[in-house]
Design a binder for this molecule. Sequence first.
Ligand code: FPP
Length: 259
Amino acid sequence: MSDLSLAPAAATVAPLPAEPPAAVPRHVALVMDGNGRWARQRFMPRFFGHKQGVDALVRAVNVFADRGVQYLTVFAFSSENWKRPSEEVSGLMSLVLVAVSKYLTKLAGDGVRIRIVGDRSAVSEKLRKAWEHAEQLTKDNHRITLSVAFNYGGRWDVVQACRRAVAEGLRPEQIDEAWLASHMALSFAPDPDLFIRTGGEMRISNFLLWQAAYSELFFTECLWPDFGAAEIDAALLAYAQRDRRFGTIRPNQVMPEGI
Ligand code: FPP
């Protein structure tokens, strides 16, 4: 007899939020795009744009925290960014090191908990140590959690969770959405409510593919170094006006019986 049953598999799904969505997102995901164009508009090298981008990030973390956002996850370096010219890649690597030494004390004092998510195996020992230090120093902070996605890709994240399932010897029926979600890189955070991308492109670019399943998307032409309090408030206002249904319908949309 064929095993092709039409009955859906009885998989456990990751729980959706029990409470109605709040007006302020708990978790914001951010693609900080447009540094290169921002620099070019000023006849400056791309690196100058990235440098300004770090300053914009430090400002933005505090604005998001002031507005009540508890988790901010930023795409600092994607799995695909290695394909950029080698001088830009090494410039970004050293910029992160400089940024940690320049801003860590301030961010720690501002109550920011720092987490790094992504594949650490390909980065230098020096950078790994700097991240471990930043995570350790800020681990007890609670105002906002800043997760820096570095050498991160949404597909990498799914693959690494699957590899862990195999390494742990799980049987197929033991793997479900809840198990995978708890083994993804951002398992310590709720899924992002709001996904913002600056710089005018309207795509997700392999960021948080799993976690952004029900995120509200907000795209803006604003180039990342210019993304300040006014732009953040515009994004938060747009979010507050969205109608989030997580695949369900509102009770008043249910058809009368027989229709
Ligand atoms: C995209 O702009 C931006 C990046 C690839 C890097 C973003 C990184 C930072 C802002 C630095 C983060 C640093 C720390 C310490 C977290 P782009 O170069 O693609 O700009 P373009 O689209 O205008 O060329």
